[in-house]
Design a protein around this ligand. Structure first.
Ligand code: 7TS
Length: 415
């Protein structure tokens, strides 16, 4: 993920972009919606919403199995989604793009197929301290069933991965490094290119959890040279229910399938079955066809945007919100990494994050409160939850002003 530093370029036209997102013009509790929960899920542009109606009105048929025209059209569009993802990630081939339900399923796929077949008792899996539960629990399950060892790379007080500790923990026993690209609880951007290079030098493979990165910067899996990369469509302006596991073809070829059923086989007899080619070997059963088509619509939409401008705009929002947050009495920022994306996580002296969330909601402001499915790293800061505002390119400076006015009111009520 590359975030470029600002240069003299035209400003990103946020007002125009907001027109593309119908939900941004709704009222919540009688107030204009200020949607700052983008790390949980992003809103959908009209093009994505329309793609769903168009699919069910004009294309609906099961894919990969019908000779009839509708089935072929649906298949072409769904597979077109795969090609759009390939281009978006700069993967070498659509064989390397597996559709899943989301990041969680993509990580579980790697844990249950790659790791179960390639790792043996005593082999080590390295994860970061700030991982989402989706990148912790599958490795614990593997450890408990398989005897692998789970090791954790700590973060420093700012929420940055301790790279010296990472290098120390890497050893010939390390077989897999599973690391988030961007932390959902802290916003820290991990130096994934260095992590991949170091891990490869030690003989380990690397899985990157890209759930929080794809919407906030360019990702190039070929340049990164990562072995696996996972993300969710719904955090990238696409529908829920569809996500992606990118994997290097030679690894995917060597991995056994995980779910058995239709579409993932070439032949079946009662004695034995032969697996289908990549990527379908990992896609048993009817997939989320509308989801794949909707994800393509999201990627097509992003391609029409000034994405570099969008990223700069988001970085400006983050800088502005951070500056304002530091002036709020009693506010403590959780996650102050030098390289950060789109997340402002905080606590305020003695106030329960959930109370803040409820009072903000009553003023139309949507944030997330709680442990953000990252309990271990919050524990590191002695917390069980934070309030988290997370931004997308359609947010505005005015919305941040509104958020801080609502926050001041909430603090006044709770004081
Ligand atoms: N990994 C990271 C880093 C995440 O932030 C999330 C979801 C996931 C994995 C799981 O993604 P899913 O689409 O499979 O559910 N994070 C959040 C969040 O921060 N608030 O709600 C969901």
């Amino acid at each position: 993920m590359t975030i470029q530093t600002p240069t003299l370029v035209p400003a990103f036209d946020v007002a125009k972009v907001r027109e593309d997102f119908p939900i941004l013009h709704t009222q919540i509790n009688g107030k204009p919606l200020v949607y700052l929960d983008n790390a949980a899920t992003t809103q959908k542009p009209r093009a994505v919403i329309d793609s769903q109606v168009r699919y069910y009105e004009t294309l609906n048929a099961n894919i990969h199995r019908g000779v009839h025209t509708l089935s072929q059209r649906a298949t072409d569009e769904f597979e077109g989604g795969r090609e759009a993802v390939r281009q978006f990630l700069n993967a070498g081939s659509t064989r390397e793009v597996i559709f899943t339900r989301g990041t969680t399923e993509a990580i579980n796929l790697v844990a249950q197929t790659y790791a179960r077949s390639m790792l043996k008792a005593g082999d080590e899996v390295l994860i970061g301290e700030a991982e989402h539960h989706a990148n912790i629990v599958p490795w614990q399950m593997l450890r408990d069933s398989h005897g692998t060892v789970l090791k954790v790379v700590p973060v420093n007080d700012a929420g940055e991965l301790d790279m010296a500790a990472f290098e120390q923990l890497l050893s010939p026993r390390t077989k897999l490094v599973a690391i988030g690209h961007v932390s959902n609880a802290l916003g820290s951007i991990n130096p994934v290119a260095s992590i991949v290079a170091l891990a490869h030098a030690a003989g380990a493979k690397v899985l990157i959890d890209g759930a929080q990165s794809v919407a906030h910067g360019h990702v190039d899996v070929t340049a990164l040279d990562c072995d696996f990369y996972a993300f969710s469509g719904h955090k990238l302006f696409g529908p829920t229910g569809i996500g992606v596991l990118y994997g290097k073809a030679e690894l995917l070829e060597a991995m056994p399938p995980w779910q058995g059923g239709g579409d993932m086989i070439r032949t079946v007899s009662f004695e034995r079955s032969e697996w289908n080619d990549l990527p379908w070997k990992f896609e048993a059963g009817t997939p989320d066809i509308a989801g794949g088509i909707g994800l393509k619509a999201a990627l097509d939409y992003l391609a029409t945007l000034d994405f570099d401008g969008a990223i700069r705009h988001e970085q400006a929002l983050l800088a502005y919100a951070t500056e304002r947050a530091l002036k709020v009495p009693g506010l403590r920022l959780i996650g102050t990494a030098r390289e950060k994306a789109a997340v402002l996580s905080f606590v305020i002296n003695g106030l329960h994050p959930q109370d803040l969330g409820v009072l903000l909601d009553s003023q139309g402001v949507a944030i997330r409160t709680g442990h953000h499915c990252a309990m271990p790293v919050l524990g590191r800061y002695g917390l069980s939850g934070t309030a988290r505002a997370s931004f997308a390119f359609y947010n505005t400076h005015e919305e941040i002003d509104h958020f801080f006015a609502a926050l001041a009111k909430a603090c006044e009520i709770l004081a």
